[in-house]
Write a protein that binds this ligand. Structure first.
Ligand code: AMP
Length: 216
């Protein structure tokens, strides 16, 4: 089973991915994580990637497509995978289609998690991540606050704030979402594999809506 998650920043893509992965034993392909890893490991493309990410712009399709193809052909993806953060625009979606066809892979389900802009902004400003396990917390919403301020419940390490989790990068990222990513909704609706999910309430409700569709 393969899944594409489309969502505005902070709609709950990362959190929902985690739950689907553990429940359905899927591989997780997050282009954002792959790019942050490339920066951390001092890849030759580090500077190009870093400057795009920190200003909230998109990294070039060429870099992204190379990262994706390597991943989906890996045996860890044999049982299915979740694409989190890819495709980000129509050009990437078309290239991805070709990749699937060439390798005889089913596109599976496409979920779009809808969220109001103001709600997304609030979530972004309060978002904190565990650098070790990747779990996402909030300084604002009670439900996802860590037990001890600033510390991961499971790993005990200090939580970090992503460089692009600020208001100005958010505006950029949201605008890019509207201009470049939202057209994917039409693209996949025409293929008959798109489902709308309401991401405005809480993570349990988001998950329930997706699960109901997968288990229909
Ligand atoms: P994310 O963690 O998915 O919010 O991604 C963080 C940043 O990584 C984005 O703002 C982009 O700069 C870059 N990025 C992630 N996925 C892609 C993609 N598919 N295409 C281009 N840039 C991407």
């Amino acid at each position: 089973m393969n899944i594409i998650l489309i969502a505005a920043p902070a709609a709950g893509k990362g959190t929902e991915s985690e739950r689907l992965i553990s429940e359905y034993k899927l591989a997780h392909i997050s282009t954002g994580d792959l790019l942050r890893k490339a920066i951390k490991e001092n890849s030759p493309l580090k500077d190009e990637i870093q400057s795009a990410i920190s200003s909230g712009k998109l990294v070039s399709d060429e870099i992204i497509l190379k990262l994706i193809e390597n991943k989906i052909l890996d045996k860890e993806c044999a049982n299915g995978y979740i694409l989190d953060g890819f495709p980000r625009n129509i050009a990437q979606a078309k290239k991805y289609d070709e990749m699937l066809e060439k390798n005889n892979i089913d596109p599976g389900y496409v979920f779009v998690i809808d969220i109001d802009k103001e709600k997304a902004k609030q979530r972004i400003v309060g978002r904190r991540n565990c650098p070790k396990c990747g779990r996402i917390y909030s300084t604002i919403f009670e439900q996802t606050k860590p037990k001890v301020d600033g510390i991961c419940d499971s790993c005990g390490v200090e939580l970090i704030k992503r460089a692009d989790d600020n208001e100005s990068a958010f505006e950029n990222r949201y605008q890019i979402y509207l201009n470049e990513t939202a057209p994917l909704i039409d693209f996949y609706a025409k293929k008959g594999i798109l489902y709308h999910i309401d991401g405005n309430t809480d993570k349990n409700y988001t998950h329930k809506q997706i699960k109901d569709i997968l288990e229909k």
